[in-house]
Design a protein around this ligand. Structure first.
Ligand SMILES: NC(=O)c1ccc[n+]([C@@H]2O[C@H](COP(=O)([O-])OP(=O)(O)OC[C@H]3O[C@@H](n4cnc5c(N)ncnc54)[C@H](OP(=O)(O)O)[C@@H]3O)[C@@H](O)[C@H]2O)c1
Length: 339
C-alpha cells in the first residue's frame, strides 16, 4: 500500500512516500481503508523525534494520528462495526499510521462518521476535537455559566474548543489574529482579543478555566486571569512529572519534567489554581458524543487546506509554519465519481 513514513528522525527530508505492507487487524481491531487523515503539530514533532523520550516508536514509522475511512475488515471479537461502515478515529499513540491507504484502529477508539460530513471534514475532527473535549470537560469540568479563555481560537484545537465551550453554555473569550476575528466570533466567541495588539490580561479576569495551547510566556501570564480555585489546562510545552509517573516512565524523567516546569507549578500554587497538563487520549465514546454535535450542526470542522497524499511534506510544512486557520487535511483516497 502507499504510505508516508520515516526510517529515522529528522526534518522534512526524512519523510518518504512509498510502498509498505498492508497492516492486519488483530483481535478487537478494525482494518480501515483511509480516505482522509488530518495533520496535527504532533506529526512533525514525532518526525523530529521530540516524543522519543515518552513514546518509543519503531521504524519504518508511518506518520499520521487521526483518520476517516471505511472499515475493510474486522478482527476477532469486534461487535460495534462491520465492513463497509464509515468511521473516524484518533489512533492509539503507540500505533499511529494514518498517512497510508490502510490503517489499523482499535474498536474502542473508533466512532461512526456523521453522515453529513465528508471524509475530509470528518478526518479533521478526532485528535483536535477530542483534545478540546478532554481539556474543557474531562479535566476542566467546564459548566454552563462559567467563563473560559481559549488561546489561539483560530487553530485546529481552538476552533473546536470555542464551539464546544459555547455549546456547553460557557462565556467564551479567545485570542486570535485580527484576520480571524470574524471567524472565531462566528464559532461562538463572546470576547475576541487580538493577540498581536492587545494583552489578554487587560481584557479578561476571573476566568474559571484557561485553555493554554501556547505554553511559555502566554501560559505564565494566564495564571493572573484565573479566579482562585480555577484551572489552567495546558496542551502545549512540556508535560509535567505527573504524566511521566502516570505512564510509568523512568522516575528520573518525572523529576526532570517537574524541574523544567518549576515556574508553571510555582505560579499555580501562588495563584491558588489547579494546573493540569493534558496529553489527549483516543476515545470512541467521546468521539461519538462529538459526532452527535457534528450531525446536528452545533459543531463544524474548519478546513484550512487539503493536500493529496503525494504532497504530505508540504502539508506538514504548512502546519509547521504555525498559521493554519482550523485544520489541514491529507486526502488519501479521493471520492470516486464514476463515468
Ligand atoms: N497535548 C496534547 O494532547 C495536544 C493535542 C493537540 C495539540 N497539542 C498542541 O497544541 C498546540 C496547538 O495545536 P493546534 O493543532 O491547534 O495548532 P495550529 O492549528 O497549528 O495553530 C495555529 C493557529 O494558532 C494561531 N496562533 C499562533 N500563535 C498565536 C498566539 N500567540 N495567540 C493566539 N493565536 C495564535 C494562529 O493564528 P495566526 O495565523 O493568526 O498566527 C493559527 O491559527 C500545538 O503545540 C500542538 O502540538 C497538544
Amino acid at each position: 500500500m502507499k504510505a508516508a513514513f520515516i526510517r529515522r528522525y529528522g526534518g522534512s527530508d526524512v519523510v518518504e512516500l512509498g510502498e509498505l505492507p498492508e497492516p492486519q487487524a488483530g483481535p478487537g481491531e478494525l482494518l480501515v481503508e483511509v480516505h482522509a487523515a488530518s495533520v496535527n503539530p504532533v506529526d512533525f514533532k514525532i518526525r523530529d523525534g521530540l516524543l522519543k523520550p515518552i513514546i518509543p516508536f519503531g521504524f519504518p514509522l508511518i506518520l499520521g494520528n487521526d483518520l476517516s475511512g471505511t472499515v475493510k475488515a474486522v478482527g476477532a471479537g469486534v461487535t460495534r462495526f462491520r465492513p463497509g461502515d464509515a468511521v473516524f478515529a484518533r489512533m492509539d499513540k503507540k500505533r499511529i499510521g494514518a498517512f497510508a491507504e490502510f490503517a489499523v484502529v482499535a474498536e474502542a477508539d473508533a466512532a461512526l462518521k456523521p453522515a453529513n460530513l465528508s471524509h475530509i471534514e470528518a478526518a479533521a475532527v478526532p485528535l483536535a476535537g477530542l483534545t478540546a473535549w478532554q481539556a474543557l470537560f474531562e479535566i476542566g469540568g467546564l459548566k454552563a455559566g462559567q467563563k473560559v479563555l481559549i488561546h489561539a481560537g483560530s487553530g485546529g484545537v481552538g476552533s473546536f474548543a470555542i464551539q464546544l465551550a459555547r455549546h456547553a453554555g460557557a462565556t467564551v473569550a479567545t485570542t486570535a489574529g485580527a484576520r480571524n476575528a470574524e471567524l472565531v466570533r462566528s464559532l461562538g466567541a463572546d470576547i475576541v482579543i487580538d493577540y498581536k495588539s492587545q494583552r489578554f490580561e487587560d481584557v479578561v479576569s476571573g476566568q474559571d478555566l484557561v485553555f493554554d495551547t501556547q505554553a511559555g510566556d502566554i501560559q505564565h501570564r494566564s495564571f493572573a486571569v484565573l479566579r482562585r480555585g480555577g484551572v489552567l489546562v495546558s496542551i502545549a510545552g512540556k508535560p509535567d512529572g505527573r504524566l511521566a509517573r502516570a505512564w510509568g516512565l523512568n522516575p528520573l524523567l518525572g523529576v526532570l519534567l517537574d524541574f523544567l516546569n518549576r515556574k508553571t507549578l510555582r505560579l499555580a500554587k501562588r495563584n491558588g489554581v489547579r494546573y493540569e497538563y493534558l496529553f489527549m487520549h483516543p476515545s470512541g465514546e467521546q468521539l461519538e458524543q462529538i459526532g452527535r454535535l457534528l450531525a446536528e450542526g452545533s459543531v463544524r470542522p474548519i478546513i484550512d487546506k487539503v493536500f493529496p497524499l503525494a504532497q504530505v511534506r508540504e502539508a506538514l510544512a504548512h502546519v509547521e509554519a504555525g498559521h493554519a486557520t482550523g485544520k489541514v487535511v491529507v486526502e488519501v483516497k479521493p471520492p470516486y465519481h464514476g463515468d
